[in-house]
Every structure is written in C-alpha cells, then in structure tokens.
Ligand binder design. Structure first.
Ligand code: PGA
Length: 213
C-alpha cells in the first residue's frame, strides 16, 4: 500500500497575512502533506517551511505550457522548481475557465517533466487521456467540486482501479472532501489519499481532515 497523501489546493484564496496564520497553525501538527498555494505565496511558504524544518511539501497550481520567454503572465517550470516539487495539471477549473484542452495539457506535462516537477494530474472521469510519465492522478468528478456533493467511495474506487491499470502509481480522490467523509475514501483499497479544496481553507477543518484520513 502507498503511504497516504493529503494535498491542499488553496486555489485563488488567501492573502499573505491569512496564509501565514494558516501555516503557523498547520505546522503545529507536524504532518507530511502537500500544499498548493497561489504563486504569490510560494516564496513565503518555502521560507517558513525551510526555517522551521517542516515536513510540508509544496506544489504549484499551474505551469506555463511554454519555456521561459515572452509569455506575459505565465510562470514556467524552472521558476516553479525554485519553490516547489509538485504541480497540479488538468484541473477541471482550468479546462472550463481557461480553455485548457488535452493538447495544452500535454505541453504542460512536458514542461513539468523537463523541470523535474512531480505532476498531480486531474482526471474528471475514466475517459480522460492520461499522458505518459504521470505517477500521481486525482479523480475529481466535476459535479463534486465545491458542491458539497462528493462522489461515492465505491465509484471513486472503481475509477482509481482503472487509473492504476493505466500505469498511475498513486491515485487520490478530490471533490467535497470533509473531515466527516475523508475516511470513506482513504479506506478504499486503490485510493491513496485526497486532494482538498474548500475543506482546506479553514485550518481547523483541514487538521481534522488530516487526522481522520
Ligand atoms: P473541493 O475542490 O474540495 O472544494 O470540492 C476539490 C478540487 O478542486 O479538487
């Protein structure tokens, strides 16, 4: 069995001050988790984690499909690697709101692999193409994201099994994970952890999620 992986996706939330307060409290439980803050907060997170020698690992929420160069607003793989070891690619919010398709995602995967970033690749259902080189995938059905309506652990388990057959080593579940339902997912044989959006924003709820997982 793989070790349990808990990922916090802070999405487009938290100012510097709010994030510092969150981090100070989360650091007290001294657990190995992955946190994916907005780009603006990565530097502060890294400095704090290094200074306090915390077991927290960092991920970016996105990566440029291009190498460095004239791409206004983009952050490239080498820049991310200075702060983080992971990157989320293929989130449905990026597919829906920013027009990311399989072709763009393939380029992002290439950039991430070229920069030695570990990819957390989001799959919305069993039909989603999983590019080569993906070791961690998250099953995140669109209807469950931010709605308070999680998928059933049985369906998540079914998709996790399929993803593993396709060569993915670690499969997470994401979508309305709470401290109340987290164990129902992590107790499934092929589910190795969770990716938590809304439930990670309140630090006390997130600590409960980690403790109950
Ligand atoms: P949620 O988001 O926990 O807020 O539903 C999950 C996700 O985006 O993966």
């Amino acid at each position: 069995m793989n070790p349990l992986l808990i990922v916090a996706n802070l999405k487009s939330n938290k100012t510097l001050l709010e994030a510092k307060e969150w981090l100070e409290i989360i650091s007290t439980i001294n657990k190995e988790i992955i946190v994916c803050p907005p780009f603006t907060l990565l530097s502060m997170f890294k400095q704090y984690i290094d200074e306090q020698k915390l077991p927290i690992k960092l991920g970016a929420q996105d990566i440029s499909q291009f190498d460095e160069g004239p791409y206004t607003g983009e952050v490239n793989g080498r820049q991310i690697k200075e702060f983080a070891d992971f990157v989320i690619i293929g989130h449905s919010e990026r597919r829906t709101n920013f027009g990311e398709n399989d072709e763009i995602l393939k380029k992002k995967v290439e950039q991430a692999l070229g920069s030695n970033l570990e990819i957390i690749y989001c799959i919305q259902d069993e039909t989603i193409f999983i590019p080569q080189g993906i070791k961690i995938a998250t099953y995140e059905p669109v209807f469950a994201i931010g709605t308070g309506r999680p998928d059933t652990p049985q369906e998540a388990e079914r998709i996790a099994k399929i993803a593993k057959k396709k060569g993915v080593k670690t499969v997470l579940y994401g979508g309305s994970v709470t401290s109340q339902n987290v164990k129902s997912f992590t107790s499934m044989e092929h589910i190795d952890g969770v990716l938590v959006g809304g439930g990670s924003l309140n630090v006390n709820e997130f600590i409960k999620i980690i403790e109950n997982a």
